[in-house]
Unconditional design. Sequence first.
Length: 336
Amino acid sequence: MATANVRDVAALAGVSVGTVSNVLNQSKPVAPETAKRVQAAIDKLGFVRNDAARQLRVGQSRTVGIMVLDVSNPFFTDIARGVEDTLTDFNRSLILGNTGESAARELTYLDLFEEQRVAGLLITPVGDVLARLERLRERGSPVVLVDRHENARSFSSVSVDDYRGGQIAAEHLLDTGRTSLAFVGGTRAIVQVAQRAGGAQDAARERDARPVRVLELDSMRAEAGRLGVEQLLALPKAQRPDAVFAANDLIALGALQALTHAGVRVPDDIALIGYDDISFAANAAIPISSIRQPAWEMGRTATELLMAEIEKPGTTDYRHVVFQPELIVRESTAGP
C-alpha cells in the first residue's frame, strides 16, 4: 500500500495543500471545522509527515548531533543524558554518534551530520578536525566542543581541568604515604590523558617524589587496565609501584580485577584511584577512589552554549566553561 502524502490528505478533506500545511505547522489560522476535516483525513489515511524532508527543503533541522569517544563509558552516556534532557526544553531531538576513539569513524559521522544538516553539533574530537568543524559551522551548523578546551578559542567549549585532576590524584596518593606512582592510561594522543598524566608527573616532581611511571595503553577500557597492571606486576618487586592512577574508572576497574586476581591487597599493597567517578567505581568489590567530573552538568552547559549559537547565527562570542574536578575518597586508597 502506497504511503499517503499531503496531496492525498488535501483531496480527502476537500481543501488545498496549503491549508493542510497550515494545520500541520500551525503557521496560519484555519477555521475549526476545516481543521477537524483535515485531522480526520490524516487519521483515516494514516498520514505521517516526513519532517526530515521538510526540514531539508527549508534548510533547517530540529536535530542536534553529538559525537562521543566511547558510548560504553558511563561518563559519556551521562554527558549525552544531560544533552538530551536539556534539548527537550528547546523542542529538539538528538542523534548520537560513537567514534570509538577512531579518527576514521569520526570523519564518517561528520559526513553524516553534514548531510543531515543538523542544527548544531556537540563533539569530543579524536583527530585533527578543527578545519572540518569550521566548514560545518560556515554551512549553518554551530559546533561546541565537549570535554575539550580549544586553545584557538574559535569554538565554544565545555571541559574539566584535567591537568588539575591529575595533580589532585597524585597529591592524594602521596598524602597517604605512597612513594612510587604509576599512571595507567590510553595513548597520550588523547588530550585528556596527556593532561592527567602531566598533572600527576608535575605533582610528584613538586613533592620531590619518585618520577611517575607512565604506561600508555591502546584503549581506555577495562581490559586495557587489566593488561596494564599485569605488566606492572611482572616487574621485580623492588620496581613495582605502590599506587596506580588510572586514566579513567573503566581502566581502574580492570586494574582492580588484575590486582585482586594476583592476590595483591588494595589499598594495603597497592593503592588505586580512577577518574570520572562513574557509578561502577563506588559499587566495585573494593570501592574505588576517583576524580569526579560533573558529566550531566557538562552536557547541559554544552547544550545551552550550542542553543545560544543556533538562536543567534553568526555570533563570535565564544565561551569556554571549565569545571573543576573533585576528589572522591573510597576504600581503594584510604582503607575502610
